[in-house]
Design a protein around this ligand. Sequence first.
Ligand code: NAD
Length: 479
Amino acid sequence: MNVLEHWIGGLSTPSIDGGTRTGVAPATGGEGATVTQGTPADVDRAVLAAHAARHGWRHIASMERGRILGRVATGIRNAIDELTELEVADTGKPIELARAEIQGAADYFEFYAALVHLPAGDVLDVRPDLHVYTLREPLGVIGVITPWNLPINQAARACAPALAAGNTVVAKPAETTSQTTIALARIASEAGLPDGVFNVVLGRGAVVGTAIVEHPLVRKVAFTGSVPTGQQIGRIAADRILPLTLELGGKSANIVFADADLAFAATEAARAFATNAGQVCSSGTRLLVQRGIEEEFTTLVVEATQAYRPGETLGPMITRSQFETVQEYFEVAAAEGAVLRTGGSVSTDPSLKGGFFVEPTVYSGVDNRMRIAREEVFGPVLVVIPFDTEEEAIALANDSDFGLVGGVFSADISRAFRVAEAFEAGQVYINSWSTQSVQMPFGGHKASGYGREKGIEALAHYSHLKSVSVRITPGRWAR
Ligand code: NAD
């Protein structure tokens, strides 16, 4: 039996106590990958390897650091067929979607490879007898903990800027989707990343994840996942004064005004909630539609939703527990009186039997106070909520515990700008949904988390800023 092992110090490494876990293939319900299960002792080995490697990596010439990270990007692109196969096996998602995510992972390394050449600080004009400058310095060992929805992409999103800023990494992928993060570490080693700079420990969150957050040599944790886990990590971090980036959940609103290009907006509204079967933190799962076009637009969205066919263009729920959670929300919505417009059940296609497939689902007649409008389902489930005025739309959009993304569709560009400004959300899209890119900083307001990934700004979250003041003897001409 092939057992997927940790990647520590540049080598595939078994667990100290040798436990394994065999997963479930979400597309079929059959047997998935068998993965070694780490313990705090494995985390300790990985952190010590990362700690030992940190000076060497930090002091490598930036030109060389950039070249290595650039080769990681090339390595990812060259291995796209292998990585796609692994990602599809772990997640069941459509091949084209997996390929796009892997290209995105390569983009992260390409982008941050170039950013190693940014100035490492500023010179400050203070006094003639002082030379004052700032210096960006790496933090040391970074713990990177990621979820199962976009496995290699989320790992690359945090690891690329962390490495570019001169840190070393101990990553922990979700226990159900570990294969591509291990492949990424191997590709990085093959690209010339020195041993110990990028380590991966596999296993359960409560064991391996907790051990990473608690390890005294870990100097920052970048966490992507659910709110309850983010809160648990935050409690440990508070005791350790450990900096965190928390990328958590969302219940993002998409506002459609009557003057919008309705046909295009409907296609985008369907894409917003059905991409990756809704297992995306930035899914647009609350559709706020202006009264007057509500019925016409809901019909258009339901039609556009037919493009997402389970087993073809719509993947399964990636874990059994998520499959069960989505079915529970079908019951919640029914009990709350939401009007089912399409979907609302698991897929009945006999060829998909055993897989964790659900139908893309749209509810209308929803009130923003209902649970189905407030809680993150993390599945392909959309609620349609009507509004009358711009003010009401903004109030409804912001009446949420979350604040990750907002969307607004309108032909009135002044109004679209006003709404974009009023959104309590880290990123807003006008007349499109989720045209994200590596250049755009990404992160949340409220329960969606804090800190920023992506963009130049992420580098600040993976470095200290040191100020240095040097007293100099003024020249005679300065007296
Ligand atoms: P999760 O919180 O259950 O798990 C995320 C990771 O944390 C996994 O690797 C898990 O093993 C680990 N973990 C679990 N318990 C832990 C603990 N006590 N200590 C340390 N680590 C622990 O989340 P999930 O169900 O895998 O992912 C879905 C969630 O992730 C959704 O809420 C989604 O919105 C969110 N998400 C957010 C973003 C973003 O960028 N904001 C991106 C993707 C997913």
